[in-house]
Design a protein around this ligand. Structure first.
Ligand SMILES: C[S@@+](CC[C@H](N)C(=O)[O-])C[C@H]1O[C@@H](n2cnc3c(N)ncnc32)[C@H](O)[C@@H]1O
Length: 456
């Protein structure tokens, strides 16, 4: 609550070091990502990716959808994310942090609120998974800078987990000007380092495992939806895996096939009580959530995951985006984004009892609980330019309207258990008396975004 009140004093309308976002870009209501055709056409590796996949399938047989997705998106040479800057005016799609500065500012408040709720630890790592163009972290940094007094002497550092060298360069330009240095050795866990304009050290990693341990707030916005999924179909003979094969009738094309025998994935990844007839499972997402949960349980902190998602109810959500339209996921692989809705029920299961989980809650409710209406009013009050005012209102609508991004995007958090409980009396050592049960400890701060905060 205190921090929300403080945000009212930040009047800055985002000044872009990166190219400005396409606020007025046409938006397709049924697709949460909008695309521009230009870069999709410029993009080259499509044919070489198809050749690579075709020869792989011809030599070893059909590949899982997970392997297909991993190759198409993150193949180190020709992967879609590795090769392209797909976000922004010349890219393929746009995300909430690119649409409005308010989004990142409210997440900045969330990070501060969780750090305060944890008792203001002396070191504070902000870790973002899949940071895109760096806009979310940039907006969060502006909040940290304006609320420097709240952070006090805390040693803040930034840690970005990014698979794409191209995007890491764009992030570095956005967050640290041209001051970052690339590691001379390819195998270094930290492949780029820099300092933000606010003086915080910033490091880039390919894997979460390489991020130093310690109290951390983890953010993953539109990260889990890009991780590879396996697809399964219930048949008369039981669950069978859907795979990608070369189409024998059109050799230059790919097709889905249902393999006749169970695979390792179909025997291991389907829950015994599964009721759906078609299921997508993202084991890589499950492993990352388990690692996050272990870190949070052992070192303190919290994770905030925001993505297209559902709570174990949806079936076939695998899709591609290119040129403002849905794109056949098997056509010209490497030329379009591939994505699947995040199954939060699966993530919750994988997190287990190690951490406390909250959500999923819709983006609309999360942002409203965080005070987006008040924040919009403050910015409008301090902005006289009619076109900027119109952009602010339009982007607010995009983020919160249930027919646009308001309902499709869902927020989920994992917290250290101590965050939600009053401190307990210390257990006595052998021979000591039990200390009196504490009565004066304050109730824990509510978890911002997941419950309504008073905005007085
Ligand atoms: C859909 S973009 C989202 C970008 C940003 N979070 C936003 O909302 O604007 C996905 C991001 O995750 C990164 N990414 C995808 N797969 C990854 C992986 N396996 N490891 C690390 N980063 C990955 C991409 O390079 C990109 O930065």
């Amino acid at each position: 609550m205190r921090t929300i009140r403080a945000l009212k004093n930040i009047n800055t309308v985002r000044v872009y070091h990166c190219p400005p976002p396409p606020y007025v870009r046409p938006w397709s209501v049924e697709h949460s990502r909008s695309c521009s055709s230009s870069s999709a056409e410029k993009r080259m590796p499509a044919n070489s990716m198809l050749r690579h996949l075709t020869s792989k399938i011809k030599s070893t047989g059909p590949i899982s959808v997970a392997e297909y997705m991993r190759e198409v998106l993150t193949n180190p040479v020709t992967g879609y994310y590795v090769q392209n800057d797909m976000l922004g005016p010349d890219g393929d799609f746009i995300t909430s942090p690119e649409i409005s500065q308010i989004f990142g500012e409210l997440l900045g408040i969330w990070c501060l609120s969780e750090w305060m709720g944890a008792g203001k630890p002396g070191t504070f790592q902000l870790v973002e998974l899949g940071p895109g163009r760096g806009s979310l972290t940039n907006d969060i940094l502006r909040v940290f800078s304006q609320l420097r007094a709240v952070l006090g002497e805390a040693a803040v550092s930034l840690h970005l987990v990014e698979v794409s060298p191209k995007l890491s360069l764009i992030q570095a330009q956005c967050l640290s000007g041209n001051q970052s240095q690339v590691s001379a050795c390819q195998d270094e866990p930290v492949y780029r380092r820099g300092t933000t304009s606010t003086g915080f050290p910033i490091s880039w990693y390919r894997n979460l495992d390489d991020v130093p341990r310690g109290f951390s707030i983890y953010l993953a916005h539109e990260f889990f939806d890009a991780l590879p999924i396996h697809k399964f179909q219930k048949t008369e003979k039981g669950w069978r895996e859907v795979m990608v094969d070369v189409n024998p009738e059109e050799p230059g094309k790919l097709r889905f096939v249902i393999v006749p025998a169970p695979t390792m994935a179909s025997t291991q990844l389907i829950q015994a009580d599964e009721q759906r007839h078609h299921v997508e499972v993202c084991p890589e997402g499950g492993v990352i959530v388990q690692r996050l949960a272990n870190r949070i349980a052992e070192e303190g902190g919290a994770a905030l995951i925001a993505d297209y998602g559902h709570d174990g109810t949806k079936a076939d959500t695998f899709r591609g985006f290119k040129g403002h339209k849905l794109h056949d996921v098997l056509a010209s692989p490497g030329s379009a984004d591939l994505t699947a809705d995040v199954d939060y029920s699966y993530l919750r299961k994988m997190a287990g009892a190690t951490v406390a989980c909250m959500g999923p809650i819709s983006q609309r409710n999360f942002l409203k609980n965080m005070g987006i209406d008040t924040r919009l009013q403050v910015l409008l009050r301090n902005c006289a330019d009619p076109s900027t005012r119109a952009q602010l209102i339009q982007s607010y609508d995009m983020l919160t309207n249930p027919l646009k991004m308001g309902e499709r995007f869902q927020f989920f958090t994992m917290l250290n258990h101590s965050r939600l409980t009053r401190p307990q009396a210390k257990q006595p050592k052998v021979g000591e008396k039990m200390a009196p049960v504490p009565t004066k400890f304050p109730a824990p701060l509510p978890v911002a975004g997941f419950s309504e905060l008073g905005l007085s």
